[in-house]
Design a protein around this ligand. Structure first.
Ligand SMILES: [Zn+2]
Length: 92
């Protein structure tokens, strides 16, 4: 779930609720700047939340890192460290 620019909760694959869709249209090129901005921010937040769920384990492994890149973005050493940690946590 995510939030429409008007505050209504909408499905995560939608950008706007039906009321806003009727008002602003489906074409983001014709949205007022503030609508485009809020939709973009909401999308960014949704992406971040999903990414954190999917990579929760790797995030823990990379907790020492300041940034929030995936281990796969940080190179082979980070990937190897992540897998070593995962194996350890599984008790292998
Ligand atoms: Zn709305």
């Amino acid at each position: 779930m995510r939030q429409c620019v008007c505050g209504v909760r909408i499905r995560s694959r939608d950008n706007l609720c039906p009321a806003c869709l009727a008002e602003y249209g489906a074409d983001s090129a014709h949205w007022p700047d503030w609508v485009a901005y809020l939709v973009r921010e909401e999308q960014r937040e949704a992406d971040r939340a999903r990414r954190h769920r999917e990579y929760a384990l790797c995030d823990e492994v990379a907790a020492g890192a300041i940034d929030d890149r995936y281990p796969s973005e940080m190179g082979p050493a980070a990937i190897a460290a992540a897998w070593a940690m995962i194996r350890e946590m599984r008790g292998e």
